[in-house]
Design a binder for this molecule. Structure first.
Ligand SMILES: Nc1nc2c(c(=O)[nH]1)N[C@H]1C(S)=C(S)[C@@H](COP(=O)(O)OP(=O)(O)OC[C@H]3O[C@@H](n4cnc5c(N)ncnc54)[C@H](O)[C@@H]3O)O[C@H]1N2
Ligand code: MOO
Length: 434
């Protein structure tokens, strides 16, 4: 079912026609972040990092021709008439660096990975012999080149083995080590300060009084930053007090000027209540009707045509060390994390040159019907059955339903113009495990 845009169609707190499109806010957030610099890290710290420069192999791989089998290095021509007995002239374990050349009519006992002797062109595996150490009786012939791994078969000297922009996982780290590179140039992980606001907040582990809740957005968002490839740094949450908010933020910004902050991420205090600490603190802002930044600076607050995650803000805060990028996320926990997924995660990953800034997107058939507000893009929590090709919503649309969020493995996207999706219809799905 489709509904037209415009006044009168919105059933929520805002007029959908006046809301900022999701893509526009995403672009505003992405524009706040700059490509991160390069740093060199040892391979032990390289997993999950993005390679900053092409990695060139200084030598071929394998570096020398070597045996693929435990057995005997021979000249294939000497096995023309099998069975044949050959004197074993040398023993070549893996790692031997001074193996002698092979004389015609002889064999060298050789182990997997050991350098092929000059003059040998094949290896006969030990199972095809009597395993002799003085003389070896060979029962079966081998072809020239058999069981030999040629130098440079895998990688040639000077070859770009990993291009800049490669995400370093186990295989890539293994390859870097194999070509002899012990430390790699990678993109710096964006440093992100996370600051939650709310006078109702109590640290997890501490007892609650009536009217209080445990602060969950901070740990969640700091983890989301790390998961995206950044460095989340959770500050102690603050009550709805502008002075305390600003002091906490500015103290943190001033504390380590050698390690610049790429982004400040706040949660809460951005809607329409009487105590909107984040809105009040970043006072150099425009009205909601004019979401663009004044002089390119200040934090602009806006309503985005999205559910959850309608109240948003982005811009710059003039801190003690200069201007710092700010994204203000709504306080409802599901709104906070979904907003992070839509706006912040792709921006962070673009800034660090990640080859896959967006979550993998697939299409799946909806297991049960769902409704969506007119004029707002809805992102529902879901579980996907990749084999059946179906996706089921988990929990309702409520942006306080954190347990359903934790059970979800995907987000299910319903576009702005759709108000009802019947069961069986195909929808876009963002895979959260990808
Ligand atoms: N009159 C209106 N009220 C609300 C509107 C609106 O447009 N007009 N928008 C609603 C929507 S949508 C959202 S989302 C929230 C956003 O509110 P804030 O960003 O100002 O967040 P708070 O009011 O501070 O908190 C909302 C909700 O989330 C809980 N919360 C906040 N921070 C945390 C935290 N760190 N950990 C766990 N839970 C947190 C808080 O207790 C509230 O229940 O506003 C709606 N209202
Ligand atoms: O838009 Mo709010 O972000 O529904 O929860």
């Amino acid at each position: 079912m489709r509904a037209g845009h415009g006044a009168g169609h919105g059933h929520d707190h805002g007029d959908p026609a006046a809301m900022r499109p999701v893509a526009e806010h995403a672009a505003a957030v992405a524009a706040l972040l700059h490509p991160t610099a390069t740093e060199t890290v040892p391979l032990a710290q390289a997993r999950g990092r993005v390679l900053a420069e092409d990695l060139v192999s200084p030598h071929p791989l394998p570096p020398f021709a070597n045996s693929a089998m435990d057995g005997y290095a021979v000249r294939a021509a000497d096995l023309a008439d099998v069975p044949v007995a050959l004197p074993v002239a040398a023993d070549v374990p893996a790692g031997r660096t001074d193996g002698p050349p092979l004389a015609a009519g002889t064999a060298h006992r050789i182990m997997t990975g050991a350098a092929m002797p000059d003059g040998a062109d094949a290896v006969v595996q030990v199972e095809w012999t009597d395993a002799g150490t003085e003389t070896v009786a060979v029962e079966r012939a081998v072809a020239a080149g058999q069981n030999v791994r040629g130098a440079g078969e895998d990688v040639t000297a000077g070859q770009v083995v990993l291009p800049a922009g490669t995400l370093l996982g186990p295989a890539q780290i293994g390859l870097a080590a194999a070509v002899g590179v012990g430390a790699v140039p990678v993109r710096r992980r964006p440093r992100v300060l996370v600051l939650s606001t709310g006078s109702e907040l109590v640290a997890p582990g501490e007892p609650l009084q009536h009217g209080q809740i445990h602060e969950s957005n901070g740990p969640m968002l700091a983890a989301a930053v790390d998961d995206a490839g950044g460095r989340g740094e959770l500050l102690r949450f603050v009550p709805d007090d502008v002075e305390q908010f600003t002091r906490t933020l500015d103290d943190a910004l001033a504390a380590r000027s050698d390690d610049p902050v790429d982004l400040v991420l706040t949660s809460g205090g951005v809607s329409a209540g009487a105590y909107e600490v984040v809105k009040d603190a970043f006072s150099r802002t425009r009205s909601e009707a004019e979401p663009d930044h004044r002089d390119g600076r200040g934090v602009a607050f806006t309503k985005v045509a999205m559910q959850p995650g309608m109240p948003q803000g982005s811009g710059h805060h003039r801190g003690p060390t200069g201007d710092v990028a700010v994204v203000t996320l709504p306080g409802n926990p599901v709104s906070s994390l979904v907003s992070f997924e839509v706006f912040v995660r792709p921006a962070l990953r673009r800034a660090l040159g990640h080859p896959q800034p967006d979550r993998p997107r697939v299409r799946a058939r909806l297991a049960e019907a769902l409704d969506s507000p007119a004029g707002r893009r809805q992102l529902r929590r879901g579980r996907i059955d990749a084999v059946a090709g179906t996706v089921a919503p988990v929990g309702g649309a409520g942006s306080h339903l954190l347990a359903a969020l934790a059970r979800a493995d995907c987000l299910l996207v319903v576009d702005e113009d759709t108000t009802h999706v019947p069961a069986g219809e195909t929808v876009e799905v963002w895979l959260l495990d990808g």
